[in-house]
Design a protein around this ligand. Sequence first.
Ligand SMILES: [Zn+2]
Length: 279
Amino acid sequence: MAELLFGTAGTPHSARSGATIDGIERIVELGLGCMEVEFVRGVRMSEPSARQVAEVAAREGIKLSAHAPYYINLNAHEPEKIRASQERVLQTARIAALCGAQSVVFHPAFYLGDPPEKAYDTVKKYLEEVVQRLKQENNRVWIRPELMGKQSQFGTVEEILNLCTEVEGVAPCIDFSHWHARTGIFNSYQEFASILLQVKERLGRAALDDMHIHLSGIKYGGKGEIKHLDLKESDLEYKELLKTLRDYEVKGLVICESPNLEDDALLLQATYKNLLKAG
Ligand SMILES: [Zn+2]
């Protein structure tokens, strides 16, 4: 990736319709650079539609990623729920590849009262099966477990980076808002930079050159994330964060998940571009 691109989680609100292709066209009109295709309530896109999406995105020069369904738990206690979860990641990865998306983001698991080390081993085992399968299918989409915002959810910085180190074909989705909500801290230049340094130390410079970032304002309490907010209604120091992304020359996609989607994506992009000019 040559630069840092900004876009929305799903089709922008101001698009002609909710359709993915209308979303891409609107991203172009807004002057944004990328979009995440949301399969959060299920993968319901036909193969011909996915090929059309790929065509339009390539023609317009818009980078795509995909978000897998929310109903995934690779630490489920029932084997059939594990299989169904693996299937949802696989389905998303297959349609994402047809869409020309380079990454699939997913929420890996809940602890369900298990010790975190036990949940880790379970998630790793079932994730390995998924990436093996995709390898056999010659599917080269990055599988990106997301840093999660609630303390009941598997997905600390450590857990995500360990998975990326130990499982081939897996890369992180760094959600700085989730981490701030989960810890109550991690809202300053130094703290944001410490995460980037960890990514670099564990995964190498190449990981910073192809990052996948989620960002939004966020409301949180003692157990972490409560809900997403628009940036200006939240305490997230997004400008400090953008400074670290500039200073560490991070490249890749920043997907805005604020309720106002494109408004905050544009705010982030404009702020970042001003920071670049300021040097
Ligand atoms: Zn997510």
